[in-house]
Design a protein around this ligand. Sequence first.
Ligand code: COA
Length: 269
Amino acid sequence: MSTDTSSQDILVHTEAAVTTITFNRVDKKNSITEAMYAAMADALVAAQADAAVRVVVFQGDMAIFSAGNDIADFLRQSAQGGQQAAAQDAGEPSVWRFLRALAAFPKPLVAAVCGPAVGIGTTLLLHCDLVYAGDNAAFSLPFVNLGLCPEAASSLLLPQMLGYHRAAEALLLGEPFMAEAALEVGLVNRVVPPAECNLLAQTQAKKLAAKPLSALIETKRLMKAGQSAAVRARMDEEGASFARLMAGPAAREAFSAFMDKRHPDFSKC
Ligand code: COA
């Protein structure tokens, strides 16, 4: 049996114990709006609660995984003083709800990444268990270029994974790195032609779905046990900094420049 709980920009399809979340806003390079974060958070909460779901897969299409947060949304939030981005207990913004659900998700998470994976398009992968990349995948973390700071505990997890200096290059310079470099540092499991990537992720998800769920959950929990509290704490700390920077002049200039299709001028920020 298969089920669909899709909105237009996020498709959620469940079949044979695998829930697949597909970015489907290709005209805007799969950039992620508040409504899309809400749809993904809801899909994760539902997949966690549904005993019939054993694995969740994230995918885009062959040319684009995700251009990260929608910058028009960022500009609006910046004008509102950044408070939308602040992690609050009541009425928590959808992006933080999504990130918390992702970081705490107990069942296996698989991702298929082709084309650009920008910002949260890369940081969400740090919380996936298996990541497959098309040879056109380009990972980038341009938070500083946008007057912002990292999120999704990437300021903790990336230095652990890449080593401090390579993480600093990725996070301070914000320049893209390609699939082969991501393979070398262990951010992805395998690099394949883009046309094969989503299929490979589904094949691996089906293999996982055939295994005993209780053993999968316990193994994942044990692998992450040493750092789950630190990840939660870092996400909170990043969230507070992100909200403060979001309301600042550098972020406003960066977002306006992107929307106006011009280079930002940080000479006064
Ligand atoms: N937010 C809102 N709109 C976005 C977007 C984003 N993050 N990324 C792309 N778009 C829109 C563009 O404004 C453009 O819209 P238009 O057709 O109405 O002008 C459309 O998507 C196509 O984008 P374009 O830049 O022309 O595509 P490209 O193939 O040349 O480049 C990217 C693709 C992903 C490299 C580039 O779009 C990009 O760098 N996007 C911004 C990434 C970013 O900084 N994200 C925030 C991370 S925290």
